[in-house]
Design a protein around this ligand. Sequence first.
Ligand code: SAM
Length: 241
Amino acid sequence: MQDRTLSSQSIRAFTRALQSFLEGPCTPTALGHWQKHLLSEGLSEYGVYVRQIKKLEPALWRNVRESLSQGQVESKLWLYQVLRDVLPPGSYSLHVGGGWTGTTALLGLWLLPDLIYECTSFDIDPSCEHVARSLNEPYSWNGKFRAETRDLKNFQFAPHQPQILLNTVCEHQSDFQSWYAQVPKGQFMVLQNNDFFDGRDHVNCVKNLREFEEQAPLSTVLFAGELSLFDYKRFMLVGVR
Ligand SMILES: C[S@@+](CC[C@H](N)C(=O)[O-])C[C@H]1O[C@@H](n2cnc3c(N)ncnc32)[C@H](O)[C@@H]1O
């Protein structure tokens, strides 16, 4: 696998195409044809990703499609754009809490290969481990990716290592305040929440950025902002606890 930076634009085009592909009467054979086309066009990362989807049980494709919805992808492209701007040069280990299908971690490896040397995607739902591991298998071989089953509250902090913790599932944490209280001071983190109160399992949404900042006061704020999506707003805080 090449270590080059993919652009947000080409990721956008690929994930949109993949989403509509998975929405239709998709078959492993059709995916196989598309995989070969992508590989022959020199789009190897995308071709390999399609190959990995093809290997998954089709019943799991719906979950993958949901994780590639426009709102999810735009939120992650925004996140990595901001990280590229604010992160001091270095080599970081990325830990994605609530990592779901492993797409957030993969986008980090695709977009910031010069800054992120390894990624762990962990989720409280044990079924996510299999999907994330399968989809990111090529990155497991070279030691850049790991999938685990873990609750955010059991994350092993190592404050003196160049470790970035991503939590883009704050809206899912009914125990957010107690979780946040046990994050060690000095931890570099990226947090996202939203005002989509009607979402499934959304038990900790916030009305606006100010409410989110009050929930998660950072000692150093490198970024605080909001992104308007189709039917909700996403809020993001980047900085040091
Ligand atoms: C719908 S998904 C992802 C939505 C999210 N906004 C994102 O950025 O990907 C929410 C995921 O968070 C996971 N999750 C919820 N609470 C968690 C916790 N305490 N620790 C780890 N994962 C958690 C769920 O199992 C699920 O896979």
